[in-house]
Design a protein around this ligand. Structure first.
Ligand code: PHE
Length: 340
């Protein structure tokens, strides 16, 4: 028995010397001290010896046990230290390596100009309202006095989800929502995304942005509309432009007008850009139709108002000389970077 114990001690010491990882060390511990470990099994055998021999055997066994345990502990500390050293070496920070450059995003050109437009209106005491892009057909068409047979209602022009719900074709339903939820005086703009079934080309996209405006108060006339349009268009395009109102038709305004500005390329003489017209169409506007006021529970004998809607993409394209609307939605960094 004593010889057996010594043999185990020798084997253990030899094996221990060759152990180089904490994982191996744990396996080693189990091999000797585990439930079926070599030492555990030997210790169990002591009880089968003569009683007179047992104390001596027990003493030797315990000494060897303590000795191996101690060696395991020492080896463990050593291995842990080595592991830390290794880690420190592999994770060493080289402070001379040049830093990684962080790409800082910039505002999208549509956002830059929209912020500018919002600011102009906020300074004139307008509020900024929002409405859903998925809209009731009623709010997009019916409340806005759109005849049942109006071409814009057509399936070929509008994305319907079902008969009663569609992707809004204009930001005008936000007028309706605002009139239904607020009392006059109302002075608001509602910028947002709109959807129409257009084929994509350099100047058309099925998704684009409008900024709608609405003013409702007592005694609002066409003069207020003209004055407001003049102020904001001059702020956007420069003090030198002239403005022209052309009669037009919108179901929700009467009278209605399309508003042109003198071509900012040629100053109105006529050039390739304005197709020799000297004028560029810029927005739709008009006096809110009494039917719309009635639909929105506003007394049209007391209140009147004007509304206008402008296309954001067009303004941004003019401002920066962008000749293809698709560039706005392609997320090409080379394009977007130019607006930092
Ligand atoms: N909603 C109209 C359009 O999409 C624009 C508009 C708005 C015209 C408000 C008049 C008044 O074409």
């Amino acid at each position: 028995m004593q010889n057996e114990l010594k043999l185990i001690k020798n084997v253990a010491e030899n094996e221990l010397e060759n152990i180089s990882t904490l994982f191996e060390l744990e396996n080693f511990r189990i091999k000797f001290f585990g439930k079926n470990g070599k030492l555990t099994l030997i210790l169990k055998k002591i009880s089968s010896y003569e009683e007179s021999e047992r104390p001596q055997l027990g003493k030797v066994a315990n000494l060897i046990k303590a000795d191996i345990r101690k060696k395991i502990e020492e080896h463990k500390i050593e291995l842990e230290k080595k592991e830390i050293d290794k880690k420190m070496l592999s994770e060493k920070i080289d402070i001379t390596i040049p830093g990684k450059r962080k790409l800082i995003a910039s505002k999208h050109p549509l956002t830059i100009i929209l912020d500018e437009i919002k600011n102009i209106f906020l300074n004139m005491n307008f509020s900024v309202e929002e409405g859903p892009e998925i809209e009731y057909t009623e709010y997009n068409f019916d409340f806005l006095n759109t005849p049942k047979n109006h071409p814009s209602r057509d399936l070929t022009d509008t994305f319907y989800i079902d008969k009663n719900i569609l992707l809004r074709t204009q930001t005008s339903p936000v007028q309706v929502r605002t009139m239904l939820s607020q009392k006059p005086p109302i002075k608001m703009i509602s910028p947002g995304r709109v959807f129409r079934r257009d084929e994509v080309d350099a100047s058309h996209s099925p998704v684009f942005h409008q900024v709608e405006g609405l003013v409702i108060d007592k005694g609002i006339t066409m003069a207020n509309l003209k004055y407001t349009m003049e102020i904001i268009l001059k702020k956007i395009y420069g003090e030198n432009i002239k403005i022209r109102f052309r009669p037009h038709y919108f179901p929700f305004t009467e009278p209605s007008a399309e508003v042109d500005i003198t071509c900012f390329k040629c100053g109105g003489i006529g050039c390739r850009f304005c197709k020799d017209e000297g004028w560029i169409e810029i927005l739709g506007a008009g006096m809110v139709h009494p039917n719309v006021l009635k639909n929105c529970k506003i007394d049209y004998n007391v209140y009147s108002g004007f509304a206008f809607g402008l296309g954001l993409e067009r303004i941004v394209m003019f401002r920066y000389g962008i000749d293809d609307i698709r560039l706005f939605y392609e997320n090409d960094i080379k394009f977007l970077e130019q607006f930092k």
